[in-house]
Design a protein. Structure first.
Length: 153
């Protein structure tokens, strides 16, 4: 009987540790930080947004533990910024942090931040008072990468 209780206890602890690890990698569907609302972006919205509202596409590669920094100048008059980090391989995991021109940090965001685990983080950053103009920085980190992973942002 005591072996059975020990076995059930161990299984329960294993389940709780996996659940905790998964929860720590996820973020809420909408996060408010520094007066910005960050929410998942759906593919249907892309055609409705001016091409200057998102970072220009850059191709790069990353390995486990590496950090790459990309930037884009954002002008005045925008209330929506779309950020789309796409590596396409859901077996690897990248982390994205976004830095506003004034230094506020949004994130970190992982693959599931946009509601799907698909090797892509696609987010809308909104501010009804306007997106801060200046250079926005996008920090991509090889959180869990086998070999070299290519991505676009």
């Amino acid at each position: 009987m005591s072996r059975k209780i020990l076995f059930i206890t161990l299984i329960t602890l294993l389940f709780l540790s996996v659940t905790t690890a998964t929860a720590s990698e996820n973020v809420e569907n909408a996060e408010t930080s520094s007066s910005y609302i960050v929410a998942p972006s759906s593919n249907t919205e892309f055609g409705l947004i001016d091409t200057d509202a998102g970072i220009l596409t850059v191709y790069d590669t990353i390995r486990q533990g590496e950090t790459n920094l990309h930037g884009k100048y954002v002008g005045t008059g925008l209330t929506l910024l779309v950020v789309d980090l796409n590596w396409g391989d859901s077996t690897d995991s990248l982390r994205l942090k976004i830095y506003t021109p004034s230094g506020s940090v949004l994130g970190p965001y992982y693959d599931s931040a946009d509601g799907a685990v698909n090797g892509r983080i696609r987010l809308n950053i909104q501010n009804s008072n306007g997106i801060e103009s200046g250079t926005w920085k996008y920090e991509v980190y090889g959180y869990r990468v086998t070999g070299t992973e290519g991505y676009t942002i």
